[in-house]
Design a protein around this ligand. Structure first.
Ligand SMILES: Nc1ncnc2c1ncn2[C@@H]1O[C@H](COP(=O)(O)OP(=O)(O)OP(=O)(O)O)[C@@H](O)[C@H]1O
Ligand SMILES: [Mg+2]
Length: 454
């Protein structure tokens, strides 16, 4: 562990202070020393301490008061109490008020260093978690851009829905922002301080999906070396986002239904019913009513999931959002300080296009334009609309394979892309035409990054 921490020792007994400082120094820690509570408080005001080792029986300001000050002032400062045998009750009181631990003075030579190490380790962990959370905030601001009436209406509904505890179904074509909306709902809900967990039902085979969702007990199957908590358990009190719910197989559907009915589930191989309080948001680009008609999706499950349904309209039906989205992507994608803007002609071109890949497609167009444009005004000829690429590569009923397609993998990529385009990126239709399952198609799109090239 890094020894670069600021430690303060406070005890009215100068010899103890000296010995503690020495012990710490032997371990590579640097410590400052004060002999009274009021000096400890003023030292803490002046320097960023990580840890305070605090005696209770001080002359003017007592240890309990210093502890109270520290926890009000900056609760990330860990405090270890040094207590005399007669003060045990008080020491326990201090634990309740946020002290990390206490050490009885007569045992300090053995106990001090391990306790200090534990306290600093914990502090480090907390700091790391906070940092990670901040990073996550940065990458997922859940900012939904748009000023069209349909988006405004959707956001008002979503905000209201967020405050309820009902399950929510989000519908919309690919790239319309379903995942973004799910995050938005979580962040606007009373569950926002608990986990937001996502799982893509299309990406995993049945067995794996079940064990991801519900976990398993040690020994439930050959590879189950330890007990594993499922996502429904991890997201307790939070939100679980089930993406591509339309791909959930008929084997898993009843298991999810049971959980939705009473919040109870069993880990695979488990014999007790566990309970978890989870709000489910799910998303699909299929029409689940139609799937229910065709008996691919259980009607009873659908009615549990779609207590509230939010439909995101495709971008071509709300073109007034395009300029704002362009502005948003220009601001977020550009890594330099110099701002780039679009020429009127370039914006004109973007307004005319229909975006089968919706906002994601627009996002990629802007990203590419930023990279390829030579100056700060992006011109129309620097906007690469996929339609153009599409016309060039795929606008052919003939089956002539382009020259740059050589390997079997190239061929597969090219053909999947071609069929995807022909079906306006509709995955169910594409999979059907290719004679593969949507799951397989989904995995290929991901493996070949096909949607990122749209
Ligand atoms: N209204 C919006 N404002 C800002 N960014 C958006 C908006 N809608 C979508 N995006 C961006 O577009 C991209 C695609 O969004 P998202 O992944 O949420 O779509 P999706 O509907 O889940 O797509 P798919 O069905 O393919 O999974 C993301 O980068 C997202 O941040
Ligand atoms: Mg999605």
């Amino acid at each position: 562990m890094n020894k670069n921490f600021n430690i303060l020792v406070c005890d009215d007994d100068e010899i103890i202070c000296y010995l503690v400082k020495e012990l710490l120094a032997e371990e590579g820690f640097n410590a400052d020393v004060v002999y009274d509570g009021k000096d400890a408080i003023s030292a803490i005001r002046q320097k960023n301490y990580d840890l305070l080792i605090l005696d209770l029986n001080l002359k003017t300001t007592r240890g309990e008061e210093v502890l109270k000050f520290v926890k009000d002032y900056d609760k990330s400062i860990e405090v270890i109490i040094l207590s005399a045998e007669t003060e045990l009750k008080l020491a326990v009181q201090c634990l309740k008020q946020g002290a990390f631990d206490f050490i009885q003075k007569q045992y300090y030579t053995e106990e001090l260093i391990p306790t200090v190490n534990r306290a600093l380790y914990q502090k480090n962990l907390i700091q790391k978690t906070e940092l990670l959370e901040k990073e996550l905030e940065k990458v997922s601001p859940a900012e939904i851009v748009g000023k069209s009436d349909s988006i405004k209406r959707l956001l008002t509904l979503a905000q209201k829905a967020a405050l309820s505890d009902s399950n929510i179904l989000i519908e919309g074509e690919t790239g319309t922002g379903k995942e973004l909306l799910a995050k938005f709902i979580h962040k606007n809900s009373n569950r926002k301080n608990y986990s937001y967990v996502t799982i893509n039902c299309a990406a995993l085979p049945d067995q794996l999906l079940e064990s991801e969702l519900f976990g398993y007990e040690k020994g439930a199957f050959t590879d189950a070396k330890t007990t594993k908590r499922g996502l429904v358990e991890i997201s307790n009190r939070g939100t679980l986002f089930l993406d591509e719910i339309g791909e959930l197989s008929l084997t898993i559907q009843p298991k999810l239904l049971r959980f939705l009915e009473n919040g109870e589930y069993r880990r695979i191989g488990g014999i007790v019913n566990l309970k978890s309080d989870v709000r489910i948001i799910c998303a699909t680009n299929r029409n689940l009513m139609e799937e229910a008609e065709k008996k691919n999706f259980r009607r009873d499950l659908l009615f549990r999931l779609n207590v509230i349904t939010l439909s995101i309209p495709p971008l071509r039906e709300r073109k007034e959002d395009i300029p704002l989205l362009v502005e948003h992507f220009l601001n977020t994608k550009l890594k330099t300080r110099v701002k780039k803007t679009l020429s009127d002609e370039a914006l004109d071109l973007l307004m005319k296009y229909d975006y089968p890949g919706n906002v994601r497609e627009l996002e990629h167009i802007i990203e590419r334009a930023i990279i390829f444009s030579d100056n700060n005004i992006i011109r129309a000829n620097e906007i690469i609309i996929p339609q153009k690429i599409k016309d060039k590569i795929f606008d052919t009923d003939s089956r002539v394979v382009p020259e740059n397609v050589n390997t079997l993998e190239d061929l597969e990529k090219w053909y999947i892309k071609k069929i995807l385009y022909q079906n306006n990126l509709d995955r169910a239709k594409t999979a059907n035409k290719l004679g593969i399952s949507v799951k397989t198609l989904y995995n290929k799109i991901k493996a070949y990054n096909l949607l990122d090239e749209v």
